[in-house]
Design a binder for this molecule. Structure first.
Ligand code: ADP
Ligand code: MG
Length: 718
């Protein structure tokens, strides 16, 4: 029998070409995709109110009976109205729909519906426009929660629900529960069928929470099992042996001596690359500790032994920077080095592709670039090593794909984010670790202060002073635009806990400083300065253009969201201001701080609390931020953050937000912060299962599911 993941969406009744392409734009191509296309929120229609108590500002559920036959009137060409009256014991209401004449057959006098929508009042008159209406009988209660899907043109909530209904029917016959029964029972997880049914049309909160719990467990479990399996697998592949590990000629060209930690990391690399199995290593070390030169050494070893090497950075700016730093050194060593990014002209790209694939004289040995490196058309003639920089922007799947594409090369990853051991599997369970826990000598300390709103005027003065002295300023804000009010009548998916939903308090929020608005206000206060902003919702090209201008010193103050977090080097930047600092994880703050103090200028970091006074911050937040003022070691700071807030928060604010942004890991529901204990359980079960039976011979359905998920992940990047 065909798996639902192989059945195209068009095989569902009512899905033709147009709907299929609408679905495709939502990433839904198979029946399986549709089943895993979860609602983005739920509306609570279970709380019904009498018409007299219905509100105008939010949607209400009102049970009313149709009082008059619907009448259709044409108001102008192409626009018709359907009107009727409905009532409950508290009053009556006029209901109007536009251009939906077919509803005439739905609303018969005497039939009862649960209407869902806002009401309008004019004097005593009450009306509703285009409310949702579900047929209602007292004996069969309607489910209290209605699923809300992300929509796109051509697909309405109703249409999606209908198709999902059909998909669920198919799943009942052809979707195996791949999770070993023993594990399901041990953690009191519901069946897969129940979970999928309830996530789409929950009968109540409790079932919905059960469903979510099972699906979250599965995401963690499948992920961990997949990683566990593939990390064992790389051992079976052959990688080029690089027995000449002498990097002295390269080191001789550097204007400095390596730190002990750098030397140790290079030793690790040298040893790994001399083996005939692929290296899988990650270098973790604070921003500025000098990881790039370790990468350079690894590439040098690869080339020296006759193989090419690639260095992939997450952004074009970083790729440019690496190229500018490294290509002169490689050139002096007689090594051909090229830059490959998305902004090259097609002709140049083609030429580069040829040179990379060449086996002749014109072969390029080292390629530095962006994701363009793993795009179609890039084929190395003989790659020995691939390196990804700031790896938290790349997923395990991407990493695997890059290596696989090139016949299992050595792999080196560099990251500035120390992450707790318990969660390390998620990010790099397949890699061995080299820690760089030592800074080059003479590095300045970035003095760090914690202040509140009362300091604003002085802070403005400080900004001006830094610029007047020739420095540049970063200001980081947590949000892009003024936070939108959350709709009161929607329950966001993330709000569905495993405990009682109702007991969950709404989190208190401090007003967020928004990058765009902030930049405007600042510009009004300091018209003499060049102020610009960047944020994650800007087009990459525009964002990069602003960043480039900042790098060139044409911008004095750069207001941004955390997009600047990843290793851009602006030695002239002397002040980092972080607004709503309590919103950030310590490790992230530490990385942000690492953006300044990279040159000769004495540099500062100012953490501004989102509360009017520091007293309003709360004990833990204050302690955390004080840690930033007192500690300058990334590993130490990560430990402290762990202690104070647990692993969840640590990840929520640093790595996992990056993961979520890039969809790297592909968790749809699971939140490593909220669901830490479930994650730990899922990881340990997956680990045990894999080490007992790597091929999962006893669980073919599980094995198949893992294959499917991991295949998708490496597809995504192609
Ligand atoms: P990161 O680890 O953040 O990627 P980089 O590799 O960009 O750090 O190094 C930061 C700066 O420190 C670079 O300008 C680099 O030339 C310099 N650097 C690296 N290693 C040393 C060292 N051992 N001594 C002095 N400066 C160094
Ligand atoms: Mg770096």
């Amino acid at each position: 029998m065909k798996s639902i993941h192989e059945i195209p969406i068009t095989s569902l009744y009512g899905v033709g070409k147009a709907k299929a392409s609408a679905y495709a734009s939502l990433g839904v191509e198979t029946v399986g995709d549709l089943l895993y296309f979860f609602p983005r929120a739920y509306e609570n229609r279970g709380f019904t109110v009498p018409l007299s108590a219905a509100r105008e500002d939010i949607k209400n559920a009102i049970i009313m009976t149709v009082a008059t036959e619907p009448r259709v009137s044409l108001i102008r060409r192409g626009m018709s109205l359907l009107k009727f009256r409905a009532f409950d014991e508290s009053g009556s209401c006029e209901i109007t729909y536009f251009n939906q004449n077919y509803l005439k057959d739905k609303f018969h006098v005497g039939s009862t519906f649960r209407f869902w929508g806002k009401v309008e009042r004019q004097g005593k008159k009450i009306s509703m426009t285009s409310p949702m209406a579900e047929a209602y009988t007292e004996s069969v209660p309607l489910p209290p929660l209605a699923s809300i899907y992300k929509l796109t043109e051509g697909l309405s909530q109703k249409v999606i629900s209908t198709h999902i209904e059909a998909a669920l029917t198919l799943a009942r016959e052809s979707l195996p529960d791949y999770l070993p029964e023993r594990i399901r029972e041990k953690y009191s997880l519901c069946t897969l069928h129940f979970a999928l049914e309830q996530i789409h049309s929950p009968s109540d909160y409790q079932s919905l929470a059960l469903a979510k719990r099972r699906l979250v467990f599965d995401e963690f479990f499948l992920f961990a099992a997949g990683i566990g399996r593939s990390s064992g697998e790389t051992q079976r592949y052959k990688a080029p042996v690089c027995s000449d590990g002498d990097v002295t000629p390269l080191l001789n060209l550097l204007p400095y001596k390596l730190t002990g930690a750098q030397s140790r990391a290079i030793d690790d690399i040298r040893r790994d690359m001399a083996q005939n199995i692929p290296m899988g290593r990650i270098i973790i070390g604070d921003v500025g500790c000098g990881k790039t030169v370790c990468a350079a050494a690894a590439m040098y070893i690869s080339v020296k032994n006759g193989h090419q090497a690639a260095l992939m950075a997450p952004t074009e700016i970083l790729a440019n920077q690496h190229y500018a730093d490294l290509s002169p050194i490689f050139e002096r060593l007689g090594i051909k080095c090229a830059l490959l990014t998305g902004s090259l002209t097609p002709a140049k790209k083609r030429r580069l592709h040829e040179q990379i694939a060449s086996t002749g004289e014109d072969r390029i040995d080292i390629v530095i670039g962006t994701q363009a490196l793993i795009s179609e058309g890039v084929k190395f003639s003989d790659a020995g090593l691939v390196i990804t920089d700031e790896q938290h922007r790349f997923g395990v799947g991407q990493r695997a794909a890059l290596s696989e594409r090139n016949n299992h090369t050595h792999v080196l990853v560099m990251s500035a984010t120390p992450i707790p051991r318990s969660l390390a599997l998620v990010m790099y369970g397949d890699l061995k670790l080299s820690k760089i826990d030592e800074m080059p000598a003479g590095r300045q300390r970035v003095d760090t202060f914690l202040v509140d709103e009362g300091y604003r005027a002085r802070l403005d003065g400080f900004i001006k002073k830094n610029v007047a002295e020739g420095g540049q300023v970063y200001i980081v804000c947590p949000a892009v635009e003024e936070a939108e009010e959350e709709a009161e009548d929607e329950i966001l998916f993330s709000d569905i806990g495993f405990d009682n939903y109702f007991s969950k308090e709404k989190k208190e929020k401090t007003p967020l400083k928004a990058a765009t608005q902030y930049a405007d206000e600042l510009a009004a206060r300091m018209p003499e300065l060049n102020i610009a902003y960047v944020h994650g919702r800007m087009k990459v090209k525009d964002k990069d253009a602003v960043m480039e201008r900042f790098v060139r010193g044409e911008i004095d103050v750069l207001v941004s969201t955390t997009v600047i977090e990843v290793g851009v080097n602006v030695p002239n930047a002397s002040l980092m201001i972080v607004e709503n600092a309590e919103r950030f994880g310590l490790s992230q703050l530490h990385q942000l701080r690492g953006r300044v103090g990279r040159g000769k200028r004495k540099s500062y970091c100012v953490l501004v609390s989102g509360t009017p006074t520091l007293a309003g911050l709360g004990e833990t937040a204050t302690k955390r931020l004080r840690t930033m003022c007192n500690s300058y070691n990334g590993f130490e700071i990560a430990e402290e953050d762990l202690k104070l807030r647990g692993p969840g928060d640590f990840l929520s604010t640093s790595t996992s937000s990056a993961i979520r942004q890039s969809g790297d890991i592909g968790f749809k529901l699971a939140d490593m912060c909220e669901d830490t204990s479930l994650m730990t359980d899922a990881f340990s079960e997956a680990g045990a299962l894999i080490s007992a039976d790597r091929q999962l011979a006893a669980y073919p359905e599980l094995s198949q599911e893992i294959n499917r998920i991991f295949a998708i992940r490496s597809d995504v990047i192609n």
